[in-house]
Design a protein around this ligand. Structure first.
Ligand code: ADP
Ligand code: ADP
Length: 219
């Protein structure tokens, strides 16, 4: 579903931040992306979500070579990849409901056509009673779940989450892990960038380990 072959990435004329990355993300798979701070995890997430394109090497998404993607095809491709940013990036002046509905609103969909979907998704992440609340009054765990719901409202094939348990207490981290596992069971590929050893040790998932821009895969 996602394939990288000898991919390198540099910012501008700087050094290569990612070097010789070769791996695949199969459909319906679950993996952790880990490694020390500065190793390139966020950069790799940006690459996988098409905010950056490889400086060299080959990368394909859903069967298309990203180097030959036409500009007009990029938004549709991006909708197949849900992203949960480390800093959430919620809009403070929009309610929980409207934050989650935003990607569909941007697509120009009729609000009546997705009202139930947004309601169901908010129930699924446990925020049905927070749908009228605005981000500034939400807890870290609630914001994280709004961000997850917004990433999922377009029913992406892949979910990327950057340090989703970084700002929550251990019980909430457990709850989030269960959500990600359930999502994966329903058919979505999940990639979680994390430093959280406790989280990774709980399940037997593949680990993509970045060291200084290089990848090691285990087990
Ligand atoms: P991680 O998420 O593993 O901490 P990052 O991908 O954030 O790693 O950073 C990897 C390296 O890329 C770091 O040396 C960082 O300084 C550099 N870097 C990140 N973003 C940029 C950018 N926009 N421009 C130049 N260098 C960057
Ligand atoms: P309910 O728990 O009220 O039955 P649903 O799960 O059916 O909610 O989700 C749809 C609900 O979302 C409707 O009650 C509708 O009034 C509400 N709704 C629609 N638009 C918005 C909005 N912009 N902000 C908050 N709630 C909205």
């Amino acid at each position: 579903m996602i394939t990288l072959e000898n991919v390198g990435l540099r910012y501008g004329n700087g050094p290569e931040i990612l070097r010789d990355l070769s791996f695949q993300i199969p459909p319906r798979s679950f993996q952790f992306l880990t490694g020390p701070s500065g190793a390139g995890k966020t950069t790799l997430m940006r690459l996988l979500s098409l905010s950056l394109t490889p400086s060299r090497g080959f990368m394909s998404l859903f069967g298309s070579d990203v180097s030959t993607l036409a500009h007009k095809d990029i938004p549709a491709m991006r909708r197949r990849i849900g992203v949960v940013f480390q800093d959430f990036r919620l809009l403070d002046h929009l309610s929980t409901y409207d934050n989650v509905a935003l990607p569909l609103r941007i697509q120009g969909r009729d609000p009546a056509s997705y009202r139930n979907d947004v309601g169901e998704l908010l129930k699924w992440v446990g925020l049905a009673d927070r749908k009228h609340a605005f981000p500034p009054v939400l807890s870290g765990g609630e914001k994280q779940r709004v961000a997850i719901a917004r990433a999922l409202i377009t029913q992406p094939d892949v979910l990327l989450a950057d340090e989703p348990t970084g700002n929550v207490d251990p019980p909430m981290a457990q709850r989030l892990l269960r959500l990600f596992l359930e999502l994966n069971r329903l058919g979505t590929s999940v990639i979680i960038a994390t430093h959280d050893i406790n989280l990774m040790d709980q399940i037997d998932a593949r680990r993509l380990i970045l060291f200084d821009g290089h990848l090691e895969t285990s087990p």
